[in-house]
Design a protein around this ligand. Structure first.
Ligand SMILES: [Zn+2]
Ligand SMILES: [Zn+2]
Length: 368
């Protein structure tokens, strides 16, 4: 540096500029002349180098003071100067604690502090939402509203994570390569650039979502549950899981039903099981009984000689099938024979008579 004013001219600031003004001027110029923004432009590259040098000196109070007094600054000159007052420059009145603040990397992080890493778009998570439903609703289906906590796409940046109107630029840290080198002793390692996540690009982050492209919130969704939902059945609603990060596609929402139990019907798959009591004479002689089904009462014929535990099928009276729409399961009716509690002598006499007429031993097979 030859001329005393040259550094100020390079940064396009007055000699009296404050630290803040210098910083602001540097940011403006660095953005304009950065080599990544002007690929192949040697003049811009040279200009950028000079801007950076000028900033490194003028942003450091001690270096700036030395430059102002002596009209030049070279690296290491302050250290020499500290030992002997060779350059006619005094340290008096200086705050030493602030002297080493303008580390090169720090300068960049300051200029581009509003930049954020641009990451590969990531698909959002699938979400599960459990809905309790009544037995009747599980059979007939239901249109309902559910309140879901999910991350939705940021409206400000339309989910991209970039500030509206901003463009992507090559990552400063890795020069757009997506990798930086780290050295340990004599060894050098290539590591994924932390600034851009290996993409080589950065962009100004949307302030609303801090660059994620999505925001958490609660959404009311209308859900149509088809007939036949059981406990653990699920309906997939595409795109209503968490929105993707960095503009990635959204996940799905799975609505999982928890159907209430019924006092009479017991659902097993698409079939419905139930049990009804029969009297001894109904079971022995046979009869017709009314049995509740999910469609209302149905007539079941009980043949003579029906045993307790025997089950009869009512075809097509089961639950609607989720897998095969339009199909239905069956209803199984198990009978339980209720033995009368007899108190009067006449009834007892009739039963003894019955035993004499039918001398069957039901336990004869036990010792065969
Ligand atoms: Zn946003
Ligand atoms: Zn990078």
């Amino acid at each position: 540096m030859t001329s005393r004013d040259e550094l100020y001219v390079i940064l396009e600031v007055l000699r009296t500029a404050s630290v803040g003004e210098i910083k602001k001027a540097f940011r403006k110029l660095a953005r304009r002349y950065h080599p990544d923004i002007n690929p192949g432009d040697r003049l811009a590259e040279e200009r950028f180098k000079r801007i950076t040098e000028a900033y490194e000196i003028l942003s450091d109070p001690m270096k700036r003071k030395f430059y102002d007094v002596n009209g030049f600054y070279t690296e290491g000159v302050l250290e020499q100067q500290g030992r002997q007052s060779r350059w006619g420059f005094s340290f008096q009145g200086f705050d030493f604690s602030r002297s080493s603040q303008s580390h090169f990397g720090e300068i960049f992080s300051q200029i581009f502090e509003r930049q954020t890493r641009r990451r590969e778009p990531e698909r959002g998570l699938d979400l599960e939402h459990h809905v309790p439903i009544s037995f009747d609703d599980s059979i007939r289906g239901l249109k309902t509203k559910v309140s879901v906590h999910r991350k939705h796409a940021c409206g400000t940046c339309s989910g991209s994570g970039r500030a509206p109107g901003s463009r992507e630029s090559a990552c400063i840290t890795c020069q757009g390569l997506g990798k930086t080198t780290k050295s340990k002793g004599h060894l050098q390692f290539a590591v994924v650039c932390a600034e851009c996540g290996g993409t080589g690009w950065t962009a100004v982050a949307c302030q609303e979502c801090a660059g994620e492209g999505r925001l958490p919130g609660t959404e009311i969704l209308e859900v149509e549950l088809p007939p036949g939902m059981a406990t653990g059945s699920r309906v997939r609603i595409p795109g209503k899981g968490d929105a993707g990060r960095f503009g990635g596609p959204a996940g799905d929402l799975h609505v999982v039903t928890n159907a209430a139990a019924h006092p009479f019907f017991n659902r097993v798959g698409d079939n419905i099981h139930c049990s009804i009591p029969l009297t001894v004479s109904e079971a022995a002689l046979g009869t017709k009984v009314e049995v509740p089904t999910i469609d209302g009462p149905a007539t079941l014929r009980i043949p003579p000689g029906t045993q307790t535990g025997q089950a009869f099928r009512l075809r097509g009276k089961g639950a609607p099938s989720l897998l095969n729409p339009g199909m239905r399961g069956d209803q199984y009716v198990e009978v339980k024979i209720r033995v009368p509690r007899i108190a009067d002598e006449r009834s007892k006499e009739i039963l003894r008579e019955l035993s004499r007429l039918n001398p069957e031993n039901p336990r004869k097979d036990l010792w065969r």
